[in-house]
Design a protein around this ligand. Structure first.
Ligand code: 13P
Length: 260
């Protein structure tokens, strides 16, 4: 049995007072929902990590960073934060290879692979994001694009390292667009990703590794998406900024864990 994971990617959103209200509502609501069956992680902007760490202290909510430097040694890398620094600041998690970073900040597959290694070397658990654009899907390149993203990011990692990785399938066309992959479309890709992982690290690893879905997950569609056998939770953008919506998504995941 894989434990579900629901993660909140705040992206470049939030202010101290709004963060405080949001986290207070999540802490209260998650206790009510008895969401112990689900790992819940929030990824605030780096500048708010210390604040949010205090706010989630004593709760089940874990903390992660949205980005990490590929450099491991301290030094002259203006504007960067290393994986060790995020650990030191209380993070257990980091997002790597989000499509916004690949598309807007020029992160290549080599950069993504180096960040995976930097995170794992520092004992941060990476959430590796992969996904195709609409043109790639329509042009029949879905499988090739997604499997190449998975293989290039993971191929230099040992099986013990791989077992600490979470994968997030986020079709680029579904991010922030209100267009969600249908549960069947998402399941099909998750199953394919699991087969790629099996090819790299064996069937046992593939059955253990968590693969979450991201792309316009909402309180309305979470239940059907999470009901799919290879979907182990969600990486939520817009809906994670509203406590009620994010709590409903966490509950949908917890309900599914209870059923499955
Ligand atoms: P939305 O949920 O806003 O579509 O964002 C998804 C995402 O990119 C999470 O990383």
């Amino acid at each position: 049995m894989r434990k579900a994971l629901v993660a909140a990617n705040w992206k470049m959103n939030g202010r101290r007072s709004a963060n405080e209200k949001l986290i207070a509502a999540l802490v209260a609501g998650l206790d009510q929902a008895k969401a112990g069956a689900v790992d819940v992680v929030v990824f605030p902007p780096a500048v708010y990590l210390a604040d949010v760490r205090q706010m989630v202290s004593g709760s089940m909510i874990e903390l992660g960073a949205q980005n990490v430097s590929l450099e491991s040694l301290d030094g002259a890398f203006t504007g960067e934060c290393s994986a060790q620094m995020f650990c030191d600041a209380g993070c257990g998690w980091v997002l790597v290879g989000h499509s916004e970073r690949r598309a807007m900040f020029g992160e290549t597959e080599d950069v993504v692979a180096a960040k995976m290694r930097a995170a794992l070397d520092a004992d941060l658990s990476p959430v590796l994001c992969v996904g195709e654009t609409l043109e790639q899907r329509q042009g029949g390149a879905l499988e090739q694009v997604v499997s190449s993203q998975v293989v290039s990011a993971l191929s230099s990692l040992s099986v013990p390292m791989l077992s600490r990785v979470v994968l997030a399938y986020e079709p680029v066309w579904a991010i922030g667009s209100g267009l969600t992959a249908s549960p069947e479309q998402a399941q099909e890709v998750h199953e394919m990703i699991r087969a790629v992982v099996a090819g790299m690290g064996g069937e046992e690893l593939a059955q253990k590794i968590r693969i979450v879905y991201g792309g316009s997950v909402s309180a309305a569609n979470a239940e059907l998406i999470f009901a799919q056998p290879d979907i182990d939770g969600g990486l939520v953008g817009g809906a994670s900024l509203k406590a009620e919506d994010f709590l409903a998504i966490c509950r949908a995941s917890a309900d599914q864990a209870a059923v499955g």
